[in-house]
Design a protein around this ligand. Structure first.
Ligand SMILES: Nc1nc2c(c(=O)[nH]1)N[C@H]1C(S)=C(S)[C@@H](COP(=O)(O)O)O[C@H]1N2
Ligand SMILES: [Mo]
Length: 364
């Protein structure tokens, strides 16, 4: 009886298995899709982005199946030492990296978030994921086999891929239900995958630097806020001249995998723009940190943003950006510039911000 079911299972798997080269190229496309959607997900903050995150998870699950097919096919090349070639080392390193990337993704989905010095599991997932693209490129280069026409049996391939995708969706749903039943941390995730931190004020959420931005504490007496650019009146305001009379609840969602809802209090950017009287050319507003770290918002969005001096009723701590930090609802955490000292009203956006922000921690 057992023999029968095992062989039935084997032949079922065999009939579901696409031809070798299709498997390989699907893995290639899948990994590129994951890298692309993973990178894009960094800026996804509002629920309209949710489908991108579903895609990332569904393709990730499909990759597990495809890798399973591939491993079943090539395992003798790895297990038999006599068959080792130089490219085998690269293949094994690529496979191990893929395993860690997929494993960390799955573990994360289940809400397990081990403490790793300097990183979170999600940043390890992302970093190794990008490394995997490089390894896979090299692996492909050493073992390149273009797909052949004969590999495509339209009907069979369509069925095979439909089954995989449906299985992926079912697995994902099952995981959600399981998470809820087990009451794991994973059940309290946002659609971005971020896990909630509870509490109010400075101590309720971690201090996070997007690369290595870590200035000395900013002395309030020596600090002022400059508003300049497309304005009729340039402003230079000391801390005492600011009236932090606006309070609002906003959600900070960091790409390293946590989120918090806090009440932020400070100055509405609109007030600064009105006080400096922006020109007709003004279309964007750039927020610049003492470290050079910066981010730009379209002016309409900027009007609604807050330059906060307080969180949860407490004055901001140095780590959270004292004396003043940007609160940009609907944007990912890395866009919430800390230690703001300048507001530039501009005619254009600022594409260079991507690079400047990435290196700001190394140049100050
Ligand atoms: N100047 C500056 N602003 C910054 C950062 C930084 O490294 N430098 N990190 C960003 C990131 S990645 C996040 S998630 C939030 C985190 O804010 P917090 O440290 O108060 O939690 O600040 C953002 N603002
Ligand atoms: Mo972040």
């Amino acid at each position: 009886m057992r023999g029968v079911s095992v062989s039935t299972f084997r032949s079922l798997v065999r009939s579901l298995q696409p031809p070798a080269r299709i498997v390989d190229w699907s893995i290639f496309v899948g990994v590129l899709l994951e890298a692309g959607s993973g990178l894009l997900s960094l800026i996804g903050a509002t629920p309209a982005w949710a489908p991108l995150f579903w895609l990332h998870r569904a393709v990730g699950l499909t990759l597990i199946v495809l890798l399973g097919f591939k491993l079943a096919r090539v395992r003798h090349r790895i297990t038999r030492a006599s068959q080792w070639q130089r490219s085998t080392v690269l293949s094994v390193v690529t496979l191990l990296t893929a395993t860690v990337v997929l494993g960390s993704g799955i573990v994360w989905v289940f809400g397990f978030a081990p403490e790793i010095p300097l990183f979170t599991l999600l940043t390890v997932h992302a970093g190794l994921g990008l490394l995997l693209v490089v390894l896979m490129g090299a692996h492909l280069y050493t073992r390149f086999r273009p797909p052949r026409r004969a590999d495509f049996h339209r009907r069979r391939t369509t069925i095979q891929y439909s089954v995989m995708l449906i299985a992926g969706a079912v697995t994902y749903r099952g995981q959600e239900i399981l998470n809820r039943l087990l009451g794991t941390e994973g059940a309290d995730r946002r659609f971005t995958g971020s896990q909630r931190t509870d509490g109010e004020g400075n101590s309720a959420f971690p201090v996070t630097s997007w690369v290595a931005d870590d200035p000395d504490p900013v002395e309030t007496e020596e600090w002022d806020l400059t508003v300049r650019g497309e304005v009729d009146r340039r402003l230079e305001l000391g801390y005492g001249e600011l009236t932090p009379d606006t309070a609002e609840e906003a959600l900070l969602d960091c790409t390293s995998g946590w989120y918090t809802v806090q009440e932020w209090q400070g100055v509405r950017v609109e007030e600064l723009l009105d006080a400096s009287s922006t020109t007709g050319q003004a279309s964007h507003v750039r927020f610049v940190s003492v470290t050079g770290y910066r981010w730009t918002l379209p002016i309409e969005e900027a009007r609604d943003a807050l330059l906060a001096t307080h969180v949860g009723g407490e004055r901001l701590s140095h780590g959270h950006g004292a004396p003043m930090r940007l609160v940009a609802p609907g944007r990912r955490g890395f866009q919430w510039v800390k230690w703001v000292e300048r507001v530039d009203v501009r005619q254009n956006g600022d594409p260079a911000q991507w690079i400047v922000t990435l290196i700001s921690g190394f140049t100050d």
